[in-house]
Design a protein around this ligand. Structure first.
Ligand SMILES: Nc1ncnc2c1ncn2[C@@H]1O[C@H](COP(=O)(O)OP(=O)(O)OP(=O)(O)O)[C@@H](O)[C@H]1O
Length: 318
């Protein structure tokens, strides 16, 4: 059935163009433009207060932009009559009526959106809440509320799904489950857009990234391209005969520096490939304990790119 959904809806693109939101004198979203494509998981990343929630709310027509436009499938969300069957969204999992049961909550939404009642049972099972479906939501943990929020987003079997910090409060098993779910939803051809302030959330989930800071676009590109930004020249080499090896490598044209204090005991070699270093060590019968081309982690690349916006916010709060 989900496969049919993808075929039925085709792909719906989220298009954000010069989107701006000002609150009084402060600008929460500042001339933001990006495209979110179907059939892929797109991560929306930025430090706290970067403007992610505000952007998602404007895409959903819950906030009015000061300037610019946001469309889903070429039309502003408000222009779509089909609500939950068009875009499923989880913005704030705690924003639910605690006195209702999960089933009652979902049934009410299904009724008002013209969704068949059987979908309630389907989504409750899909998110692993079947055993808790008849319990009051007020007694749910945050992780369970997130699952309920995801069930709400899935209720209308929509071609576009947006989630704001969906793994917040989830245990490791829940995080793994949600990752697999997002991957599957994208594989079905849907547009999956999820926000987080943690790069680690995206590492094994997202195909594309939209990175913002202080309401402005920092990067919009495939995750693989973003990761490549973190590649640094140099190969980390450790050997019990590091001094001797350094001399050999320098003669072969490399530059050699001691490894940073935090990772004492090795050298960083630039100007020679790992393969060439390995071959020279073998030729001189020098044992190697490590031979690692240097790369920055995605988290480092993200922190470097957003450092300015974080500092700015920290300064503001003081
Ligand atoms: N209704 C509002 N009135 C005034 N300022 C607001 C309002 N909503 C958001 N802001 C401000 O806009 C900025 C962006 O907030 P937003 O919640 O969109 O960021 P975020 O990236 O989602 O952050 P977080 O990861 O902390 O949720 C913040 O400085 C916030 O204080």
């Amino acid at each position: 059935m989900p496969g049919r959904c993808a075929a039925r809806h085709g792909g719906l693109v989220i298009e954000v163009s010069e989107l701006t939101k000002r609150y009084g004198g402060s600008t929460a979203v500042d001339g933001l433009s990006f495209t979110v494509r179907p059939g892929r998981v797109s991560g929306f990343l930025g430090p706290n207060g970067a403007g992610k929630t505000t952007t998602l709310r404007m895409i959903l027509g819950l906030d009015t932009p000061t300037a610019g436009t946001a469309t889903v499938g070429g039309v502003p969300f408000r222009g779509h009559a089909r609500g939950l069957r068009h875009v499923g969204a989880l913005l704030d999992a705690t924003h639910v009526h605690g006195g209702r049961t999960a089933t009652a909550h979902l049934s009410a939404l299904a009724r008002s959106n013209g969704i068949p009642p059987r979908r309630v049972t389907e989504v409750v099972e899909e998110v692993g809440l079947a055993a808790a479906a008849k319990r009051r939501i007020g007694g749910f943990s945050l992780g369970m509320k997130q699952r309920l929020g995801i069930a709400t987003a899935l209720l209308g079997d929509p071609p576009v799904l947006m989630f704001d910090e969906p793994t917040n409060g989830m245990d490791p098993e829940g995080v793994l489950w949600v990752r697999l779910l997002f991957r599957r939803l994208a594989a079905e051809g849907r547009t999956v857009f999820l926000s987080s302030h943690l790069m680690s959330e995206m590492e094994n989930t997202a195909d594309d990234l939209v990175v913002i800071g202080r309401g402005r676009l920092i990067a919009a590109e495939p995750l693989a391209d973003f990761a490549a930004r973190g590649t640094r020249p140099g190969v980390v080499v450790a050997s019990p005969r590091a001094g001797e090896l350094a001399a050999v490598l320098t003669r072969a044209g490399a530059s050699v520096a001691p490894r940073g204090r935090a990772q004492a005991g090795g050298i960083v070699v630039t100007g020679l490939s790992a393969e060439r270093i390995g071959a020279l060590a073998l030729q001189h019968r020098i044992q190697l304990n490590e031979l690692t081309p240097q790369t920055a982690s995605l988290e480092e690349a993200f922190m470097e790119l957003t450092a300015d916006s974080v500092e700015h916010l920290a300064g503001q709060r003081r």
